[in-house]
Design a protein around this ligand. Structure first.
Ligand SMILES: Nc1ncnc2c1ncn2[C@@H]1O[C@H](COP(=O)(O)OP(=O)(O)OP(=O)(O)O)[C@@H](O)[C@H]1O
Ligand SMILES: [Mg+2]
Length: 319
């Protein structure tokens, strides 16, 4: 099965809203047709600017942003990820699916520096991430959320986001202690950006609430805001809809489209097929640590090997 080329790969641009440019077309016909367009119409351009003031604009959509190359992760005798390769193109929403234990989270962990791969490599904008520490990988542009929410429960929603922004601060510890003007300026802009991010994910009215007191759905949104605070090139979401009811899943789909419409690239692990099929441009399927398929949602949905993997039926060898 071959990879699809996004329909908008020719000369579309990201950061379109900040640049005052018209939105790019949705990336393939299987994705909801009006996604980027309708969302762009809904969002205040000043908010987008506040969310990511330094983001690059006018970068080609469709080039390889991430290359996962022959990635292998062994846990003792268990091959959790077995020679997996795929690319993430700039501006797309790529789904990563597979049955429980297929290796999806392991793949995220190996990409984001949580685990050191046994072999293989991950390139971000052509540069190897080999040997890079987790925080460096975040700084270079790969941000993620976790399957099990990891927030600072005793901090407010806003503080949780400002923690993500802190990675970008330039003042020294001494500067912060002495509350030098630069530090004060940064603190003010961090709060403004933090609020803009909370507004972006739809929970600005809960900025002052301790994160552990937030409803579950809002905690998931907060995790996304915190990951966006690092100004990532790629946002990796690990089962962001876990535990959601259908209405919350719909809202999450809108948010993921809004994130892409704002120029981010998204890698999405998700079990809910309606959500995955509705929001992704392309899907990579893992099974027992190996890549089983890499295709447009419509092709993945009709692939007998994928159906068999999910239903637990033996492969018929015809696909
Ligand atoms: N730290 C670890 N030590 C040992 N084995 C692990 C570790 N992490 C994952 N595994 C194993 O690796 C395999 C892949 O796990 P992984 O969590 O990546 O699957 P997944 O596709 O994310 O599944 P799920 O849909 O249930 O989240 C599983 O067999 C799992 O038990
Ligand atoms: Mg997982």
């Amino acid at each position: 099965m071959s990879e699809t080329t996004p329909a908008s790969s020719d000369n579309a641009q990201i950061g379109r809203r900040s640049a005052g440019l018209p939105p790019a077309a949705p990336m393939n016909s299987a994705a909801p047709v009006n996604s980027a367009v309708s969302v762009l119409a809904d969002v205040d351009p000043h908010l987008a600017e506040a969310v990511a003031p330094d983001r690059e604009i006018a970068v080609e959509v469709g080039e390889n942003l991430v290359e996962v190359k022959n990635l292998t992760v062994k846990f003792g005798g268990l091959l959790a990820l077995d020679d997996v390769s795929f690319t993430i193109k700039r501006g797309e929403i790529l789904g990563l699916i597979g049955p429980n234990g297929a290796g999806k989270t392991t793949c995220f962990n190996a990409m984001t520096g949580v685990y050191k791969p046994t072999s293989g490599d991950v390139l971000l904008e052509g540069k190897s991430l080999k040997g890079q520490k987790q925080h460096n990988i975040t700084r270079l542009g790969l941000a993620r959320t976790f399957q099990n929410i990891r927030l600072f429960g005793e901090m407010t929603a806003l503080e949780n986001v400002v923690v993500g922004l802190d990675a970008r601060h330039k003042t020294s510890v001494i500067g912060a202690l002495l509350r030098l003007p630069r530090h004060q300026r940064e603190e003010k802009s961090a709060i403004e950006r933090g609020m803009a991010l909370l507004e972006f994910v739809g929970i600005a009215d809960k900025a002052g609430i301790l994160s552990r007191q937030l409803p579950y759905g809002d905690q998931r949104r907060l995790e996304i805001a915190r990951a966006l605070a690092t100004d990532p090139k790629v946002l990796c979401l690990d089962e962001p809809a876990a535990g959601f009811n259908p209405a919350e899943k719909e809202e999450l789909m809108v948010l993921i489209r809004k994130i892409r419409a704002d120029g981010y690239t998204v890698l999405l692990i998700e079990h809910d097929m309606k959500l995955v099929m509705g929001v992704t441009d392309r899907i990579v399927v893992l099974e027992f640590g190996r890549k089983l398929a890499d295709a447009a949602p419509v092709d993945v949905r009709n692939d007998p090997r994928v159906i068999a993997a999910y239903l637990g039926e033996p492969e018929d060898g015809t696909a």
